[in-house]
Design a protein around this ligand. Structure first.
Ligand code: PRX
Length: 637
């Protein structure tokens, strides 16, 4: 048995040997001539000269051995449907959609924007693009028309694929109408829009000559056979836009071969998922987690992947655990925010179903606070693995790697650097390496390993400037995150370097204060933001969701709890981190992927415009912040 330390060391010291070996996990139509070409830092080329295809590796190559095994199970608690597709059926569906795309003029290298809810058709469209060598760009359904238009103008798609609608908490969300609006705003509209009708928008407008009905076109391509286009390993496979803080969206570009290899390796070493086993990733396909761990990694590994349309508490807070039981889920992947939502319900929901198939629960996307980590671990009685990564990396950067070595979990820590990442913690003051327990900037010595972004779409210069030029005089990838390594070598992520607040000359991560507030047993979750303060520069302000609303029903109750929380922060972090105020709200403003909109909250607290709110989960949450702040100006806690 190797240790993760040795494993990691080997991956850094002998990159070519390590990844050359991992590359055997996938099928190559033509073998590569060089594992790594790094003559133009920071641009890394993996498996140069090799030719492969993501769809071949995700679907076709499994047909002989597991053609009748389920590849995809779709569960929608929104429209109360369940469908499953074997690898053979998936193969047929993907070929049909590929033929439909070709008939609409889409070819290798063309971009296809997919704006669809979590449905099997979205997966078919994604894999169809991969099959013919078109570059997909999935845009999350929560983005409003202007954001979608910005992405259209950057990607200049030949085709857009959408649905009439989706559904959230039982309410229809109109996708196609929004696509129409975005196309009106865009300068580079696609020639065609392929529309899958789910019967969720009876009044869906149709633009003659541009809109194409999915079912009608599919009827003409029954039994179609479309061969896989063999792509050089470094050709683009997809673009995924990340919401930058300002300006135009950043199109994270992924390659083909490196991506396939990274996906396959991570499924074994990190997630412990193998052929024939079932994975349930609760993400939306519009996010990096959905791309990597609903679609590519599970299918490349020959697993059964569950794609879910719905929320964690509908019809009841046991719905996900019932899925685990009924489908014998072995690997589950979700987000801390979902667990915090579940934490508000009775713990008995975690005990109601037979979870014996479940080996690990993985959580990522945002900091996992210690109390939530402890609550879910104890509730499930399974290892819950906090792991840290980014859209840019496509797979975990910091994680436990139970497929390599079983290491104890520390609550609140995403464990250790994953193989392939030469991760460093640098002091902000002089870029020297930080010692144990010293807060520092998380950077990665390039080349980035296979599977990470290869560049920003159409913008090499921005790729270099944004990510590799922040440390003076050195070419290092910055994650924009603060981190710390404790004496035992465990890492902790303390929040974004760009979310830092400065209180009387002391730099504080809002994340650290949140962690402290969350230590109060009455708190389910909270957001802390920096608010301008005449005396101290900035002051932290907290917005907290309580477990028991009765506790804050009266002004006296609120005042008492506010005082207690301040004391908790004093105790956990020191008085410097004490929020100037703690407001109580029923929910926090978040994006649909669970990121708290701290900038919007702090803008409201400072009387500024809250900015772009197109990804907000529930606009009512902002109203609550406003009401809380208004109450404060009148002196009510
Ligand atoms: O700040 C880190 C936080 O989320 C950012 C990346 O978000 P995104 O591009 O949406 O990718 C999500 C893919 C999982 C990071 O820069 N983040 C992500 N995971 C964690 C985290 N912060 C703390 N702990 C984590 N486990």
């Amino acid at each position: 048995m190797t240790t993760i330390k040795d494993f990691h060391r080997r991956s850094i010291q002998d990159k070519e040997g390590f990844w050359g070996n991992e590359a055997k996990r996938i099928d190559w139509h033509k073998p590569f001539s060089k594992v790594l070409e790094y003559s133009k830092p920071p641009f890394a080329k993996w498996f140069v000269g090799g030719e492969t295809n993501l769809c071949h590796n995700a679907v076709d190559r499994h047909l002989a051995e597991r053609g009748e095994q389920k590849a995809l199970v779709w569960i929608s608690t929104e429209v109360d449907k369940e469908e499953s597709y074997t690898y053979r059926q998936l193969h047929a569906e993907v070929q049909r959609v590929a033929a439909m795309m070709v008939s609409l003029g889409v070819g290798k290298g063309d971009r296809v924007i997919i704006y669809m809810p979590n449905t099997p058709e979205a997966v078919f469209a994604i894999l169809a693009c991969a099959r013919i060598g078109a570059v997909h760009s999935v845009v999350f359904g929560g983005f409003a028309a202007a954001s979608l238009a910005a992405r259209i103008d950057d990607a200049k798609p030949a085709l857009m694929v959408t649905s009439d609608g989706g559904s959230r908490m039982g309410k229809p969300v109109l996708y196609k109408a929004l696509v129409d609006e975005s196309i009106k705003l865009s300068q580079f509209p696609p020639k065609s829009v392929l529309v899958f009708r789910r019967g969720l928008d009876a009044n869906m407008p149709v633009v003659a000559g541009r809109d194409v009905d999915w079912v009608e076109l599919a009827g003409k391509h029954k039994g179609a056979q479309v061969p896989c286009a063999w792509l050089e390993s470094n050709e683009p496979s997809y673009i995924l836009y990340t919401s930058g803080t300002t300006g135009k969206p950043k199109g994270v570009q992924r390659d083909v071969g490196g991506h396939a290899v990274a996906m396959a390796a991570s499924m074994e070493y990190i997630y412990c998922g193998g052929p024939g086993e079932t994975i349930f990733t609760t993400s939306d396909i519009g996010w990096a987690v959905g791309h990597s761990y609903i679609i590519y990694a599970p299918l490349i590994a020959g697993m059964t992947s569950i794609i879910y349309e719905g929320v964690p508490i509908r019809p009841d807070p046991g719905v996900w655990w019932k899925i685990v039981q009924d489908h014998k889920v072995k690997v589950m992947f979700s987000a801390p925010t979902a667990i915090r939502v579940l934490k508000k319900s009775d713990i008995s929901w975690l005990k109601k179903y037979d979870l014996s198939s479940l080996k690990h629960l993985f959580l990522a996307g945002e900091p996992l606070d210690e109390p939530t980590h402890a609550w879910i671990s104890e509730g499930l009685g399974k290892p819950v693995i906090d792991h840290y990564w980014q859209t840019e990396t496509g797979w975990p950067v910091l994680t436990a790697m139970p497929g390599v070595e079983q290491t104890p979990i520390k609550f609140g820590s995403p464990s250790f650097p994953a193989y392939g990442y030469d991760l460093k913690l640098l002091r902000e003051s002089d870029s020297s390496e930080a010692g144990a327990d010293e807060k520092a900037v998380v950077v990665i010595e390039p080349p980035l390993p296979p599977g990470c972004m290869s560049t920003l779409w159409n913008d090499d210069a921005r790729f270099v400037k944004t990510y590799f030029s922040t440390i003076p005089g050195r070419v290092l990838y910055t994650t924009f995150d603060w981190g710390i390594r404790d004496k035992d070598g465990y890492y902790f992520i303390l929040g974004r370097t760009d979310d830092v607040i400065n209180v009387a000359g002391h730099r504080l991560g809002t994340r650290e204060i949140e962690e402290a507030v969350n230590m109060h047993p009455g708190i389910a979750e909270c957001a802390v933001v920096g608010v301008a303060d005449q005396l101290k520069g900035q002051m932290p302000m907290a917005f907290a969701v309580v477990k028991d609303p009765a506790q804050v029903a009266s002004p006296e109750g609120r005042m008492k709890l506010e005082g207690e929380i301040m004391k908790t922060v004093d105790k956990q972090l020191g008085a410097i981190g004490r929020p100037s105020r703690v407001f109580f709200v029923a929910l926090l403003p978040k994006t649909r992927s669970g990121k708290v909109l701290r900038r919007s909250i702090s803008a409201l607290a400072e009387g500024r415009d809250p900015g772009d709110l197109t990804t907000i989960e529930d606009p009512a949450s902002l109203e609550q912040i406003k009401t809380a702040l208004k109450g404060a100006s009148k002196g009510t806690p």
